[in-house]
Design a protein around this ligand. Structure first.
Ligand SMILES: N[C@@H](CCC(=O)N[C@@H](CS)C(=O)NCC(=O)O)C(=O)O
Length: 395
């Protein structure tokens, strides 16, 4: 089978979770939001996701219809909808995809916009939403975020009580209902991870149980200590006494998924970022050539041995806050020159998984966003090899 999806689509993640749970081989194809040519050809004109191409060549769209066909046709999927609970399971799955989604997507949408790789994709996403919900709707949802989150918590409250009482929504085994809930969380992870971190505990314990059934943990190794807010504040304060050295203290290259190298020197390439870094060189995120993180913020969250888990490239003893650096500012590092870009950098679900929910809140909270604790992106405007110990100097 082949599943066509957008990473942010809760409906696609729902179907994908069901396929993973049923342990059915499937190729997951990430459709570029701004290029649906293949999808349109495959479906004869349906350009939403999810779309499932089955091994017999049949093509299905719409998450409910896809799951209905799979459950009817294949015992591995039928096992996700035990007969005795079939009515309430389908009802819950449909509720998650309608009433719950209606609040969740509004909460997530404002932060989804900047995640798209191209200006066209960002505009298309806004256009699609504004055509349906009126001009300025994304700004309105951003302003209404607190109220939307309160609504989300109200909607989830009975679910949380169920999950405090038993492992999964319908008992000891996950069902299609759990998959549907998981799909919504996957969207919220991308658009409102800090809000997700604030939802009451039963949801997080359930998610761990659920993800354990899906297979390998999705975010790789995690830091062995997850600090609480007070400890994070204290660790940052303790590091703030010394004068800034400007030094590049650690270089991290993401060589493959969950794999990191920490060389003493690395080449910075114009339009390519850090040589050998799989993410920067994918070209998927213009303006993301190189990511920098302040060693003080990193050190507050984790011991140096765990810094590579942040996934950032250059760990520097430099004030990265908005008071210190603006988009367009240039910095010399050794013989290389970097230019700060406007791309925002906030913590996401991965940061929460690796360093703890408190760390995610500590990084993303509105009151401290101007400190850029999560770091900053830059592009390379003058290529050179840089080395640990080089000093970052404002131009
Ligand atoms: N009822 C459909 C809804 C699918 C849907 O709304 N998909 C969204 C992504 S979450 C989409 O493809 N939107 C097209 C667009 O944004 O241009 C289902 O359950 O699969």
């Amino acid at each position: 089978m082949k599943l066509y999806r957008f990473a942010h689509s809760p409906y696609a993640r729902y179907v994908q979770a069901a396929i993973e749970l049923a342990d059915v081989p499937c190729e997951v194809i990430d459709v570029r939001y701004g290029d649906r040519e293949e999808l349109a050809r495959l479906t004869g004109g349906y350009i939403m996701v999810p779309v499932l191409e089955r091994d017999d060549g049949s093509v299905l769209g719409d998450s409910h219809s896809i799951m209905a066909v799979l459950v009817r046709a294949d015992a591995r999927f039928a096992a996700l909808v035990p007969e005795a609970d079939a009515g309430p399971i389908w009802a819950y799955a449909d509720w998650a995809g309608s009433l719950l989604e209606d609040v969740a997507f509004r909460l997530a949408s404002p932060a989804l916009v900047p995640r798209f790789a191209s200006a066209f994709e960002r505009s298309l996403f806004v256009f699609v939403k504004e055509r349906k919900f009126g001009s300025g709707c994304i700004e309105q949802w951003s302003e209404q975020a607190d109220a939307l989150f309160a609504q989300l918590c109200d909607l989830l409250e009975p679910t949380l009580r169920t999950l405090a009482a038993r492992p999964f929504l319908f008992g000891k085994q996950p069902t299609l209902a759990d998959c549907a809930l998981y799909g919504q969380l996957a969207m919220l992870d991308l658009g409102a991870a800090d809000r997700v971190a604030e939802i009451a505990e039963p949801l997080h314990a359930w998610r761990q149980r659920f993800e354990a059934r899906l297979g390998a943990p999705p975010y790789g190794p995690v830091a062995d200590v997850h600090h609480g807010r007070d400890a994070l504040d204290a660790r940052l304060a303790a590091a703030s006494d010394k004068a800034r050295s400007g030094a590049l203290e650690l270089i991290v290259v993401r060589t493959a998924t969950h794999e990191r190298a920490t060389p003493d020197r690395v080449e910075l390439v114009v339009d390519g970022g850090v040589a050998g870094d799989r993410w920067a060189q994918s070209g998927a995120n213009p303006g993301h050539d190189v990511s920098l993180m302040d060693v003080r913020a990193a050190g507050a969250m984790a011991e140096r041995a765990h810094w590579p888990l942040f996934g950032d490239n250059l760990f520097v003893d430099f004030d990265l806050s908005t008071a210190s650096l603006q988009p367009g500012d240039r910095l010399r590092l050794g013989d290389a020159v970097l230019e700060i870009t406007a791309e925002p950098h906030l913590g996401c679900r991965k940061l929460s998984a690796r360093f703890g929910r408190e760390a995610l809140r500590w990084v993303n909270h509105k009151s401290v966003r101007d400190q850029r604790r999560r770091g900053i992106f830059a592009k390379v405007v003058q290529a050179a090899t840089v080395a640990v110990g080089d000093t970052l100097v404002r131009l």
